[in-house]
Design a protein around this ligand. Sequence first.
Ligand code: AHR
Length: 494
Amino acid sequence: MYKLYINPQNKKGHLNRELQGHFSEHLGRCIYEGIYVGENSSIPNENGMRKDVVEALKKLQIPVLRWPGGCFADEYHWMDGVGPKENRKKMINTHWGGVMEDNSFGTEEYMELCRQLGCKTYVNGNMGSGTVREMSEWVEYMTLEGTSPMADMRKNNGHEAPYRLDYFGVGNESWGCGGNMLPEYYANEYRRYQTYVRTYDWEKPVYKIACGPNAEDYEWTEVLMKLAGGHMSGLSLHYYTVPTGDWNKKGSATEFDKKDWYQTLKKTLYMEELLSRHSAIMDKYDKEKRVGLIVDEWGTWYDCEPGTNPGFLYQQNTMRDALVAAINLNLFNKHCDRVHMANIAQLVNVLQAVILTEGEQMLLTPTYHVFDLYKCHQDGELLDSFLETKEIGEEDAKVPNLTESVSLGTDGKIHITLGNLSLDESYEIEGILAETGIKSAKGRILSGQMQDHNTFENPHKVQTHIFEQIECRDNRLNFAIPPCSVLELEIEMA
Ligand code: AHR
């Protein structure tokens, strides 16, 4: 029996809904085909956006969408993507597959997508190959209400009112694909570029995000916080789960064994160390925790599916990805004092996608269902909780058997999300609420075998089910969590 202690009286911090954010790049079939099919497509669409995809994402209450990259952001020139489509410049997407980019999805289309989704906007600016002026004018184009060359251009392009720009990234992976800069150099450049990222409406100041470290590059965080911490609202962090740790041979998304399963989960759990250590450095320079740690790229990265364009990063998604998502989302909750936003890579058809499409067909991945189970935490308050665990796994790949986080929801109920990392053991759990009786409890579960995934032939093989086997008495609830599963429980207090 494993005990889960919850203290509903001890609130530990706010769970920004943006902790469950997403990322969409001009990469492979993410934007084109996956989201945007154009007004003339036979696939049902509203202003060019796939209706099926938009509906599915609205069900997740998608809180924020980052765009246009990624590496693509640092070669994206926004003016190429506004105005009449027939006049938009065509370019080669050199990072991703060398395919032609016709810029038919640009600023207007992104803002329209966010309008349809009802989500916040996160635009990533080009510092790698763009100028200060170009970045400054993009922000002016999007957000200035009055008269100015850029605001007038927006109005001429059919949008009278300014757009709402919630988050703005100043460069992406500037230590790598975004310009191969050194931290001191980037810090200086960041200070310069961000000066001209103006806030035109002080009721909605732009939240400026500086490019942060690649995984465990703690020096980058140190230098950035020291030299530019006062000029940023957030600092990004990128960390991908690569099962083998070898970027040349990452492993298959669907063909893997027990050892790979635990190895992948162990690599995912490394996120805990990254969050703790980067936060500790940030604490040195920002004791009030004003600057957010923005994990704007996370998720699994496997060898792409056989027969697909290697530059398109298309991969399947199994119960292993479900557990990866469950672990990460619980960790972001637990670190909500510093982590203000996180964005899984990527939304559709790329890396750990929540949706896959094939022509007019669409399927929801196991990762989608985890986000569906976790949406109960959005804008809740993290509650003090502790779960007893034991170590399981294989040699060199040991992990705790369980992961959890608990919140008090905006609905006044307690929400628990749990993952069972074991492939063969089910665990009896007793939840104990401090000084609080339980009126009722209900749950939903996602479970299966490790390689289970949805295909276009069998799109509902992995899906959530009602979980009824819960017993409540006074301030305790008892249940057993099956192996290889993610569980959401909702408790009504007496
Ligand atoms: O998500 C794919 C790529 O991974 C992004 O373009 C880049 O920022 C990262 O290296």
